[in-house]
Write a protein that binds this ligand. Sequence first.
Ligand code: F6P
Length: 334
Amino acid sequence: MPKIYFKMESRIRRIGVLTSGGDAPGMNAAIRAVVRSAIFYHCEVVGIRKGYTGLVERQFMGMQSHSVSKIISQGGTILKSSRCPEFNDPHVRKVAVENMREAGIDALVVIGGDGSFRGANDLVKEFDFPVVGVPGTIDNDIYGTDYTIGFDTAINTALEAVDKLRDTADSHNMVFFVEVMGRDAGFIALHTAIGTGAEAVLVPEYPTNIKKLCDYLLNERRKNKTSGIVIVAEGDEAGGAMEIAAQVKRRLPDYETRVTTLGHIQRGGSPSCADRVRASILGHGAVKALLDGRKGVMVGLINDKIEYTAFDLACSRHNEINKYWYDIARILSI
Ligand code: F6P
């Protein structure tokens, strides 16, 4: 049992919590951890629906321990989420802070990606409002943490799908181009490629050379490999899977190619154990940070230890895929 922690001088009595940006499996586990930790430390909790939109529209609801019963295994977010471009307007942010102050909310936990942390950073800088962030996105590219909530579930979803596609690729001597999510980062693509033994992986971080890819596929055929899987991150600079497959087909017209875009199935589903555990530790860490007087920081896990990173840094940098792992993916696909 952790030491009962409650600083009498802490003026935080009521904590708001919201989820923002793209949903990610494990967000509910993080909400649960925030609610239960806050109650444990004698605070009240207000859930804000629909992300920053709910702050502006005063979509507030009191949350008790039972409000988060049995949500740990559910995908999505019970608080709902939104992308809220209006929040770029300082007047809109002022309304949000006024609404929170009127509702007696002393501090806020934002569960989301770097876009959401930018809005959170503004609330801290402009209004000195205490906000702490929890990294929730399947993309895993947020600076200041080894893992973001949702990434592990997403790669397992992709892995299962690619394993199934492999059966058809093998049975029909086809090359499948499988597009996975990752507008700016190749984490999902790289992990899926290594985990499924894909023949090639294309990521936004490194240039794509279609001629080299075709030479490689030809060489595979010469070695009697009759099928193949090429994992393409949606943000690859040469285009998505559809575009790349078309370019390959132009050079290798007798190849039977297919394209599968996994899309939003990667964002849904019951979170994996790793995501539930990470979300629980990070959610607790966010509440603890606020009660310790921290604000303007994101809670991350680095080497399994809680670390805090200023929003300024978390918003201006990105985690990058491991080049060494990228090279290993190629070595193992010979
Ligand atoms: O949450 C991040 C992400 O998964 C990106 O990889 C992807 O580009 C984006 O969400 C798609 O989100 P939507 O189309 O729902 O706005």
